[in-house]
Design a protein around this ligand. Structure first.
Ligand code: F6P
Length: 319
């Protein structure tokens, strides 16, 4: 049996531990592990190679992905999907593990509706925006990167009478912003899922400033596309000198945390065990209520991820 692993879309810390576990575990099971380089682009171009242990030696602690990833435009075209499928067949690949996010799973759903695939997806994105799973690989590491940045920004913010506005990633999802706001004690948090009530928020902030608050930490999710507007509002309406930090791609880097390494191992073992027992699977490993289970890809891509209600409740305290 030949099983392959690939990454697709944005990289996430934890992909390397997953790749290492995949190679070690598949060999342990007496089967052949293949690596697909450069994501869907590499699958189209047949960048597929039987792994040896030295390919994955010394990678557990590294962020990113040693087999690289891509956002493939060609994969939207049928002729390239056919080419990709033929490459899997030519290499006798009987099962495929895809580490990716929402967009990649949509691509895989399309791919599997056209060809007889046997694949399992592992939710891997710092955005934590995949329906059906409570957790995606890379989120804990990204949150720790953000926490570190926010702790430092608070140091300098508290030394001045200033507001600091920090934009975090998350695409159209406010998960990273809301959790970062909770764990840093931010005074303001704006996410795409909820329209901010500026009047109410302004009244609270002005009141707090009158009572002696001398700095404000505000977190905005990139998906709101309101960073410039909120900057202006803090300066002109609230009257606080404001600095902006856009954390950007540093949030995707860094050594995977202990949690992400352990999650990578469990996600991968669950995926491989499933592929070894099935021939025609189109599933995703979901982490639900502290357990790993397999769910249909349709379930994952047909609905939008909803933020946990308890987090939304926490956000309402910042109104
Ligand atoms: O999906 C992960 C992510 O980092 C998002 O948070 C962000 O919007 C996007 O990818 C950035 O994509 P790129 O690296 O292609 O600019």
């Amino acid at each position: 049996m030949a099983l392959a692993i690939m990454c697709s879309g944005g990289d996430a810390p934890g992909m390397n531990p997953a790749i290492k576990k995949f190679v070690d575990y598949v060999y342990k099971k007496g089967e052949e592990p293949f690596l697909i380089y450069d994501g869907l682009e590499g699958l189209i171009d047949n960048k597929i190679k039987l792994a040896v242990h030295t390919d994955v030696a010394g990678i557990l602690h590294r962020g990113g992905t040693i087999i690289r990833s891509s956002r493939s435009k060609r994969f939207f075209e049928y002729e390239y999907r056919l080419q990709a499928y033929n490459n899997l067949k030519a290499n006798n690949i009987t099962g495929l593990v895809v580490l990716g996010g929402d967009g990649s799973f949509r691509a895989m759903e399309r791919f599997s509706s056209e060809f007889d695939l046997n694949f399992v997806g592992i939710p891997s994105t710092i955005d934590n925006d995949i329906n059906g799973t409570d957790y995606c690989l890379g989120v804990d590491t990204a949150l720790n990167v953000i926490r570190d940045a926010l702790d430092k920004i608070r140091d300098t913010a508290s030394s001045f009478n200033r507001a600091f506005l920090v934009e975090v990633m998350g695409r159209n999802c406010g998960y990273l912003a809301i959790v970062s706001a909770m764990i840093s004690g931010a005074e303001v948090c704006v996410i795409p899922e909820i329209e901010p009530e500026y009047q109410k928020l302004g009244k609270r902030l002005r009141g707090e400033v009158e009572e002696g608050r001398n700095y404000v930490l505000a977190i905005v999710a990139e998906g709101t596309k309101q960073t410039t507007q909120i900057h202006k509002w803090l300066q002109e309406t609230i009257g606080l000198e404001t600095r902006v930090s856009i954390l950007g791609h540093i949030q995707r880097g860094g050594n995977p945390t202990v949690f992400d390494r352990l999650m990578a191992f469990d996600f991968t073992i669950t995926a491989v065990d499933h592929l070894m027992l099935h021939n025609n699977s189109n599933k995703v490993v979901a982490y639900q209520k502290s357990e790993f289970k397999l769910i249909e890809i349709d379930e994952v891509v047909s609905k939008k991820y909803q933020l946990p209600q308890r987090y939304l409740d926490a956000l309402s305290l910042l109104d």
